[in-house]
Design a protein around this ligand. Sequence first.
Ligand SMILES: NC(=O)c1ccc[n+]([C@@H]2O[C@H](COP(=O)([O-])OP(=O)(O)OC[C@H]3O[C@@H](n4cnc5c(N)ncnc54)[C@H](O)[C@@H]3O)[C@@H](O)[C@H]2O)c1
Ligand SMILES: [Zn+2]
Length: 395
Amino acid sequence: MQRVTVCLPARSTTYEIGIAAGLLSQLGENVRGCLGSPARRVVIISNPRVFDLFGTKAVRNLRASGFEVSKWLMKDGERYKNLRSLEQALNFFIEAGLERNDAVVALGGGVVGDLAGFAAATYLRGVDFIQIPTTLLAQIDSSVGGKTGTNLSGGKNLVGAFHQPRLVVIDTDTLRTLPRRELTAGWCEAVKQGAVGDRKLFDRTVRLIRSIDSSLGGDRARGARKKLELQTEVYATELAATIAAHCRFKASIVAGDEREAIDREDRRSRRILNFGHTAAHALEAVTRYRRFRHGEAVGHGMLMAGALSKNLGMLASGELELLREAVAACGPLPRANDIDVSALMRAMKSDKKSVGGRIKWVLLERIGSARIVDGNEIDALALRAALRESLRDTS
Ligand SMILES: NC(=O)c1ccc[n+]([C@@H]2O[C@H](COP(=O)([O-])OP(=O)(O)OC[C@H]3O[C@@H](n4cnc5c(N)ncnc54)[C@H](O)[C@@H]3O)[C@@H](O)[C@H]2O)c1
Ligand SMILES: [Zn+2]
């Protein structure tokens, strides 16, 4: 098993992320080891699709370690990450008799993890929380770092809390049933972490994506239908090790900037993880959140930020090419060449996450090295040209 320890000096807290194929079969003992004997009860939050796949195993395993287990299933989909679901979850905790020593377990992707984490953060002013992420995106990104929350009708992730899990259990076998598009979205976020983190992580990620792709026969048409099939031990081992490397990277950033301080703009600030996200959020907004999985939009968004970096003379063409190849390896992305550049620029300006109405762009100096640049310092023509170039390339 791969282990990553997340240290949060500001809270004098640490927790473990365990990563291995088949780890769900040790769930009970790991949760008991982490929570100790006072915990009697856990509530699993999941959705019907994920619970059908892994719920029985998780429940059986937790019961074998002496927990009373109940489950609350939210509807599947981003639009159910809302206050209504939160309220239903909290009311369920009361019905289930969840007490201060007990815990909430999130079994699912980022939607379930964010909602369950926020419910755990607020119920009785905070109970323990365990993450079992089952999408690639959740395994490398959303389950690490303690950001929890829900959407509001006015925008995504506008309400929430920092609530770190006590334990993260990553069973890489869960990825076998993940639809191809979800896998592509996860790989895009992995490429992002490599691009802003370090070149070794980037290269390792791209190598793994390519090797898995060739194990699928390298045929894109067929690959689009097939799921992740890790035929050999080698892939399984490398997959777990690469996911661990991503968790380690994200954990190291979070450790130094847990709450994403607004005034931080250095290379180790949490904000660098937003590479590709300024354009991605705009792409998602102009297509009304219907066309792209978030990670797919990040795939396009990284190429836009990369093209902008190049146009501003920061990034060499060869490096942008590497980024393009990496994004292409992640899998096919929905087209974006019909999207209007002006609409995209307007959507960027109204992004709720801008600070004081100003956009902070995360740009690249080279693969593995990001720089945060104030939107005011970016020439509108250079931006327009970068967006146009990148959109044109997405057929
Ligand atoms: N908290 C953070 O730091 C953070 C970071 C990034 C993203 N997020 C949030 O994460 C969410 C996106 O998460 P996501 O991409 O995991 O999407 P998701 O949770 O919607 O999962 C995607 C789909 O895959 C299904 N699924 C999950 N696991 C499966 C499995 N093993 N096999 C088959 N199907 C499976 C789900 O039911 C869902 O239909 C967004 O709400 C985003 O805001 C949070
Ligand atoms: Zn993202």
